[in-house]
Design a protein around this ligand. Structure first.
Ligand SMILES: [Zn+2]
Length: 364
């Protein structure tokens, strides 16, 4: 192997202990999970045959993604569906060696369709405890406002977050389209959630400009930004994010799927890292965008020119940006360090094949 040829990092990424901070609950339903849900509800129009289902799931364009998303939502009709979905999503995360995940749940999407709020809370909490016990995966929740549904959805989401507050809930978010949905109108609901001790993590600057990110910071007191893709258009904003150590939850493949970024090769993640902004890599709605977190790490390695050490630092960024207590963060960081050390040691014992000179330095 020539020195220029990169090592195949797939195996390293697969075993790397990881944390994921930006991933949606319903958006994580894989064809396998959807097939299980469809079996519970035979009247649904979702294809039952695994091949047809896989075909239905193949990402075509954003409109088709919405079609898949809506048909999955229609399959979630009672607390048992929610429990099944949540635990099986955890299962697929655990298979990728994700050790900690903050899963964005949109409880309003369930309650407005008639599922009792207490049933929703019990279902996710039951799945969370089972995932920790059986899969060794620690799950936490972000409850997000589906912005396009306006103030009533914000009111209901804040009520559920503050009054029913499940044990695993750590943060409060805002999703949905940004155009025509100004962030500042949600300030009272974020104020309420923050007063209850929840962290603020709105989506911002995915499909709109940097002013939306400023709004998220100033009005919603964002501690991390979902996407923040347009931040690179405003050097002062990049400086602010770097100086205040406000992480961006970057989801490369999703950004191309939603056309926030034209092509992967032009993703602004390089500029974000170069400006010293803490960057985390995430999968958003993985099966619906034909990806998973391991694939996103491989994408990031390519975009940022990372070797194993750089990838381990990237995984460490997500742990540092997580809403976890310090001892738990230290344990996870130590796990990443020891995985890297044993990987590098094994490689040096196996001789030069597959080895690679120190590549581009670790990223922040
Ligand atoms: Zn998202």
């Amino acid at each position: 192997m020539s020195e220029q040829e990169p090592t195949d990092l797939t195996g390293f990424i697969a075993g790397l202990p990881k944390a994921e901070l930006h991933v949606h609950h319903v958006g994580s339903a894989s064809p396998r999970i959807v097939a299980e849900l469809a079996a519970r509800h035979p009247d649904s129009p979702v294809p039952k045959d695994p091949e047809a289902l896989a075909e239905f799931f193949t990402f075509r364009d954003f409109a088709h993604f919405i079609e898949i998303y809506v048909s999955v939502v229609d399959l979630i009709r009672d607390p048992e569906d929610i429990r099944l979905l949540t635990f099986e999503v955890a299962h697929e995360m655990a298979r990728q060696n994700i050790r900690y995940a903050e899963l964005t749940v949109t409880p309003y999407g369930f309650t407005k369709r008639g599922i009792p709020d207490q049933g929703v809370m019990e279902a996710i909490e039951d799945a969370r405890r089972a995932a920790e016990r059986e899969l060794g995966l620690v799950l936490r929740w972000c409850f997000d406002i589906p912005g396009e549904l306006g103030i009533p959805s914000a009111e209901e989401t804040a009520r559920m977050a503050c009054e029913l507050r499940p044990e695993g809930l750590v943060s409060f978010g805002l999703g949905g389209p940004e155009t025509g949905v100004p962030r500042p109108q949600f300030k009272p609901y974020f104020d309420r959630a923050i007063a209850e001790g929840l962290h603020s993590v709105p989506h911002a600057g995915e499909t709109t400009g940097p002013e939306t990110i400023w709004d998220a910071l100033r009005e919603l007191r964002a501690e991390r930004i979902g996407h923040g893709t347009s931040a690179t258009r405003d050097p002062r904003l990049l400086e602010h994010l770097a100086e205040h150590r406000i992480p961006l939850e970057v989801c490369p493949t999703s950004n191309v799927a939603t056309r926030a970024v034209t092509v992967l090769a032009e993703h602004p993640v390089r500029e974000m890292v170069a400006a010293g902004v803490p960057v985390t890599i995430n999968s958003d709605d993985p099966p619906m965008f034909g990806t998973d977190l391991n694939t996103e790490y491989a994408v990031a390695a390519k975009l940022l020119g990372l070797d194993e050490t750089g990838l381990a630092e990237l995984a460490g960024n997500a742990v540092k940006a997580a809403f976890l207590d310090t001892p738990a963060k230290s344990r996870l960081l130590a796990e990443i360090d020891s995985y890297l050390a044993s990987w590098l040691q094994r490689r040096s014992q196996n001789g030069p094949a597959g080895s690679r000179p120190e590549g581009n330095g670790p990223i922040r």
